[in-house]
Design a binder for this molecule. Structure first.
Ligand SMILES: [Zn+2]
Length: 295
């Protein structure tokens, strides 16, 4: 019996050592908190492993619209990667995550205008000023959705892959499902910004609260806006201003005069970009100027 015990103990020790070594090799994993890589309203299915010309699909296709912002899934270093060997060059980005995982962003924008002109090369694929090797924050703007490469002419989408340190691509679907959808892409700088909520619809109002459904959003430091529809609960501080703009001029308005279904333009108060404001949890953002346009 003692001998048998010893044998069992040794076998167990061998298993533990093998487990520890195996665990070291697989130590990198996707962080618990991640930013959904496209800001906007998207749809996607688990098409990992689906048959494709020359092999199987190595990622998930996140269907979107042209020029929607793409953001860093986790913090890490970016590598811009144009693939010139195709008829229409593919504009890609690899994000080397701080966790050790790697994320591939494929079919980034190559169009100058609102249509599929293929005139921009990869000059409009990435966030302006983004440098190779630059370290980015989670949720930071890195590029724009498009149809470059072998997606030319089809529905603009982000082909998103997740790779282990070994290089093996894994199914991103479960990670995309649990990633947090953001209201806005954050700039590299930590300087305060404002959001312009264009043509938002009033959902409800409270004593110090304005609930809207957004439509298009502009971040103050950029000249472009993007489509984003979701409900946002804004706090309304005493200094917030409300006005009606019509053919006969401007007139003051109050929060309580707003009714469900009205279309407004709302500017937020200035704030420092943060994870909480990017997620736009209730009252994380404050209204500053609200305009109702009526004829
Ligand atoms: Zn794809």
């Amino acid at each position: 019996m003692p001998r048998r015990h010893r044998t069992t103990a040794r076998a167990l020790l061998t298993l533990i050592v093998a487990g520890v070594l195996g665990g070291t090799a697989q130590a990198a994993s996707v962080p618990a908190l991640t930013a959904f890589p496209v800001v906007g309203n998207v749809h996607y299915i688990d098409d990992f492993g689906a048959p494709r010309p020359g092999g199987t699909h190595k990622g998930n296709d996140i269907m979107s619209i042209r020029h929607q912002p793409a953001v860093a899934f986790e913090a890490g270093r970016v590598e811009k990667w144009a693939h010139p060997s195709q008829a229409v060059p593919s504009c890609m980005l690899v994000l080397h995550g701080d966790s050790g995982m790697e994320y591939w962003y494929i079919h980034l924008n190559n169009d100058l205008g609102p249509r599929n002109d293929n005139d921009a090369g990869c000059s409009k694929a990435y966030a302006r000023g983004l440098a190779n090797g630059q370290h980015v924050r989670r949720g930071q703007l890195v590029g724009f959705v498009g149809d470059s490469g072998d997606a030319n002419g089809i529905q603009p989408h982000l082909h998103f892959e997740i790779h282990r340190p070994s290089g093996r691509a894994i199914d991103p679907y479960a990670y995309l499902r649990r990633a947090k959808r953001l209201l806005y892409p954050r700039p590299a700088a930590t300087d305060p910004i404002k959001l312009g909520l264009r043509r938002a619809t009033v959902v409800d109002t409270g004593a110090h609260t304005l609930i809207v459904r957004t439509k298009r959003i502009r971040v103050s430091r950029w000249s472009w806006s993007y489509a984003r529809s979701r409900k946002v609960v804004l706090s309304v501080p005493p200094e917030a201003s409300f006005e009606r703009v019509s053919a006969s001029g401007r007139s003051a308005l109050t929060l309580s005069a707003l009714r469900s279904g009205m279309e407004i333009w709302a500017g937020t108060a200035s704030f420092a970009p943060s994870w909480v404001t990017q997620r736009a949890t209730a009252r994380a953002l404050a209204a500053r100027h609200v305009t109702l346009r009526s004829s």
